[in-house]
Design a protein around this ligand. Sequence first.
Ligand code: ADP
Ligand code: MG
Length: 701
Amino acid sequence: MSELSDSEIKFLPGVGPKRAELLSSEAGIATFRDLVYYFPYKYVDKTRFYSVRELDSDMQYVQLRGVIKRFSAEGGGAAKRLTADFHDETGMVRLVWFKGHKWVTNTYKIDKEYIIFGRPTLFSGAFNIVHPEIEEVEKRAARVSSALEAQYNTTEKMKDHFLHSKAIAKLMSAVFAQPSLRFAETLPSSLTGPMKLMSLGDALFRIHFPDSNLDIEKARFRLKFEELFYIQLNLLRYKGNREKKTHGFLFPVVGDRLNSFYKNNLPFALTNAQKRVIKEIRADLGSGRQMNRLLQGDVGSGKTMVALMSMLIGADNGFQCCMMAPTEILAIQHFNSINKSLQGIDVEVALLTGSTKRSERQRIEKGLLDGSISILVGTHALIEENVKYLNLGLVIIDEQHRFGVAQRAKLWQKSDCPPHVLVMTATPIPRTLAMTLYGDLDVSVIDEMPPGRKPVKTMTFTDAEREKVFGFMRRQIEEGRQIYVVYPLIRESESLDYKDLEDGLESMARAFPPPQYCISVVHGRMTPRDKEISMNLFRRGQAQIMVATTVIEVGVDIPNASVMVIESAERFGLSQLHQLRGRVGRGADQSFCILMTSHRLSAEATERINTMVATNDGFEIAETDLRMRGPGDLEGTQQSGMAFDLKIADLGKDGQILNLARSHAAEILADDPELSHAENQVLKVNLKRLFGKKYTWSEIS
Ligand code: ADP
Ligand code: MG
């Protein structure tokens, strides 16, 4: 029976209450099942023995066979260490311990034959192996072990209590030695058969105890497929239910407002991509079904115009529309630019943010209720419960943070005829991530930039070359250009970051003194009013330089600003760098992005910087970002409320498996939308187990 897998981990031989607590708090392992699902991150081949003579300092891990000839204690105090001379026929290496000396000398005997395993490092002419794994030769022979030994991640705290990789492997042996441990198959035979998938039970065993690389591959494939399949099945079933059960407002007409805007106010010709996307949106709005669409497009591709025209369609059909921006600065900017573009058109636009004054707020609330306000722009404030609309027909979310399924669900949960929803991403996101975070949405892509843009030139300089950069900035200012200088802001050490900003500001003020130059400053600690004043100083061209923290990151649009200097660029993530660079290159002039870095960079930071220099393509950068950051670090999955935790699949690498999983899930649902066929009961059961508690999709009607 499968119940054993739900047993608490403390009942596993070799665990006990203390270790159980540690396993649970440090690794999330509370049950036998959790342990089995604690997958190795790599394998080492323990069939290969090396001799001391072969060693070289590039080797990651080596296995040697030999005897200890001598122990000696060296150093004192904190630097105290124990060493042992370990010999095989070809030479000697030194084993080193910084702790556990007594235990080591009591456990290991002189002249007895051992197998040791560890990483050789060259230290004053001899090879050292620090804290080696040691095993008696006879014991190795007796141990049932596979050639490929699984390696597990453990935390410092776990290691302190001897719960290192090897100890986890031991627990793994113990759990699989439980005779009544079973894992019932979780996929229907209509999948496992034709796809020749390893059974769940085999896959779970082989992922820990493989006999060959083929074993690992097959086990991994099976487990990755299953993981991605259930996420897709859940999203697609949810999408299907929603489409069936919820009605959508019908926006049948194209009316005066859109027509006259198009004829008289449109400041430029739309790109073909913008036209195509507006068509797609119009088709949704005219279908009688609720629109749930994701609009992807690179920074500067012109998503705002698409949003505005969609809202005009809403207004023409007698509905109210709102547009939600991630920051107040951006909300104000949208409001101003929308007002400007709508001159002469009969539609009332209002702005609502956290700092809207009480009297203004009351006026807006009244206008929303009596229908006199047609378009509301703002921050999160505008979808809060106390904001009531007469007939909200369309919500546009221009997002920075991922606005996930759960948040979207809130928008329509309460109504059987919810507003249409258009989510616009701030920067492109990789396809695999989009399919996972937004897998329940239809997708439109703007894959074309407005004409006449010159690609931004990106350059890197180290701090030592600052004078050169200042010189460049002066020449740009002489030509009438404006410049952003951005400092990183990392939440953990706000005070330090502000110090960076302040120091930077000081040196900037020395290099660009008044009255010749004017510098405006914007950072998160300022009041919205002060921010607005500073922004306006820059927007109007009165300040040539704007020094800011990343508050300007999202969506600020000032075409005359053509230089973006990013300080400590190595501290930014790729998508953030790309976002920032997108602030320039909006006018007709050649724009520049200058990445300031310290002299020495980690390999990863170097790759990020090189990627930025090499390409301007946001989709390419997003893919690189995901590949580099790997599976554990998907930005936004937390905020999105999509708190699934990918245990084995890697969205950076497993795109093909994801496609496969999605198409199989779609096929099954096309055939059996309610999952009511007998062979699909297993799917229902597992959906409920995996997602049932968090999201009761089926109850959203
Ligand atoms: P994003 O997609 O990053 O939100 P925006 O909507 O802010 O981009 O557009 C960036 C800039 O391009 C704005 O100044 C906007 O007025 C301009 N723009 C948008 N569409 C076009 C177009 N078809 N032709 C020329 N300029 C355009
Ligand atoms: Mg935008």
